[in-house]
Design a binder for this molecule. Structure first.
Ligand SMILES: [Ca+2]
Length: 497
């Protein structure tokens, strides 16, 4: 066993022991503090308080729904929520990695504020308030199915259950056992379209490979097109399951008093997408429907960050937000009846990444921060000597896939090398992209004409990070690389990429 594996195993044991004692303490704490999550007087009866359905796919980029204009992926149920509700064109996950993204959703805080939960596969300490606990303390019934918060070990942080609520086999089981005199909040956490895929499933389902829009950072070849179809196959499966939940609510007469939010946690599992701060890694589908309060048929262009969900959901439920929360409710925007840019202060979003997998030499992460505005994307890479997609030769931050294999097998070809380097090569300490000028492929950082813009974006980003307590803005080395990684995969099991 290599030294990192031993260190991690030791950390596992320490955290398990720690977890048990914290768990007991937390149970007491929860019982004594739950009354603090009070219900506002105006929302005292069930009819004033909506049910909430939070439907989240796993690894889906913003572009891949019918409502966002994709010509192949068929998502009639997402499209319905968008048509009868509000579609947000500029929603961004705080961090393009499952655990930190979901941690931000649940806590209403940026993941860099959440210690271990800034990383994949660690824990979310019980000291961080999560909206399902707060709703439950205010009388809601809360449940989830499949993938809630995670991956990680919730009880290592002193929790007694997944931060998304109590686990149920499916929505139907939850819905049948509920007390219908009280509202509920249900988290539908699909594992689609996370890899692995059944190779060829998209083509076999009848999708037209000629109609695939290949993103500009991937080579336009049959292998990649077919891989994208397999990804679409799972997006469509998520959408059908969403449809079944909507149909069940409609049949029970509960749909129109349900706040339905449909989104994803991070972008498509392809090179230069997932685990990157470019749009295909961090920009998310988002549609919200609540006809009793929200006029439908609108597209809103305000920037929404994932720390904004918890304050929005709590406000809709009439529950006071936690003082820990740094996100901002967008309920007023939902209720405004306006389209386009509604809240003018929402003109940018700040993004981050710390450690994703642990498959690099010494198990180090690839720390990044970024700010996205309508016109630009500025990225700061704090450790440019490390490898953004993981160390060669495995580049293990990129999920195994036919697309990754194609890039690797053809990396010496002049047509493919550029794409391989976009995903895998080292990156400079600063990147700046001008949306009007070759989008997110042409780094213009350091060019004379862009110096004032670059400086302005850096200071906008750092002001936000400082205001919200990012350890990277404080003195001393941040601890993200020292937190435990609760999975025994130090090296990828498959050496074949
Ligand atoms: Ca994910």
């Amino acid at each position: 066993m290599n030294p990192s594996a031993i260190a991690i195993r030791a950390a596992d044991t320490r955290y398990t022991r720690l977890g048990k004692s914290i768990m007991r303490a937390t149970r007491r704490r929860f019982l004594t503090t739950s009354a603090a999550f009070s219900v506002a007087p105006a929302f005292s009866s069930k009819s004033d308080r909506p049910n909430i359905v939070f439907a989240i796919s796993d690894d889906q980029s913003y572009a891949h729904t019918g409502a966002f204009g994709d010509p192949v992926a068929r998502t009639p149920h997402f499209d319905r929520i968008a048509a009868e509700g509000v579609r947000f064109s500029h929603a961004y996950c705080c961090s393009p990695s499952c655990t930190p993204s979901r941690s931000a959703i649940l806590t209403g805080q940026e993941p860099y504020r959440l210690e271990e939960a800034g990383n994949l596969w660690s824990t979310l300490q019980a000291k961080f308030d999560v909206f399902p606990d707060m709703l439950e303390a205010a009388g809601y019934q809360v449940g989830f199915t499949r993938k809630g918060w995670g991956p990680g070990i919730d009880n290592a942080g002193g929790r007694t259950r997944n931060p998304a609520g109590d686990l149920f086999a499916d929505f139907e089981t939850f819905f049948r056992q509920r007390d219908d005199s009280r509202p509920f909040c249900f988290w539908f956490g699909s594992k689609d379209p996370h890899r692995p895929y059944e190779k060829g499933s998209g083509l076999r389902s009848g999708m037209n490979i000629d109609d695939v829009r290949v993103p500009d950072f991937l080579p336009d070849v049959a292998e990649v097109r077919s891989d994208i179809l397999d990804y679409f196959f799972e997006i469509e499966r998520f959408d059908r399951e969403l449809g079944a939940i909507l149909e069940r609510l409609e049949r029970a007469g509960e749909l129109d008093n349900t706040l339905v939010i449909v989104t994803s946690d991070n972008g498509m599992p392809f090179p230069r997408a997932k685990a990157n701060l470019y749009d295909y890694g961090a920009r998310m589908p988002l549609a919200v429907r609540w006809p009793e309060r929200v006029r439908g048929g609108r597209v809103v262009d305000d920037f929404i960050g994932f720390a904004d969900y918890a304050p929005t959901i709590l406000e809709a439920a009439g529950v006071e937000r936690s003082p820990q929360m740094t996100g901002k409710s967008f309920l007023a925007t939902l209720a405004s009846e306006e389209s386009g840019r509604v809240d003018k202060s929402r003109d940018h979003v700040v993004l981050m990444r710390e450690r994703h997998t642990i498959r690099n030499v010494n198990g180090l992460g690839y720390p990044m921060r970024a700010v996205r505005t309508y016109e630009h994307l500025y990225i700061r890479n704090y450790e440019p000597d490390r490898w953004p997609a993981g160390d060669p030769p495995l580049y293990a931050e990129i999920d195994y896939s036919p697309t990754k294999r194609y890039l690797n097998d053809n990396r010496e070809s002049p047509q493919v090398k550029r794409y391989f380097d976009l995903a895998c090569a080292r990156r400079p300490a600063e990147e700046l992209y001008d949306m009007a000028y070759a989008g997110q492929l042409n780094n213009v950082a350091g060019r004379d004409a862009y110096r004032p813009i670059q400086a302005g974006l850096k200071s906008l980003m750092e002001a936000h990070l400082t205001r919200t307590g990012d350890p990277r803005m404080a003195d001393g080395e941040p601890q993200f690389d020292a937190y435990p990684f609760f999975r025994n995969t130090i090296r990828p099991a498959r050496p074949d990429l």
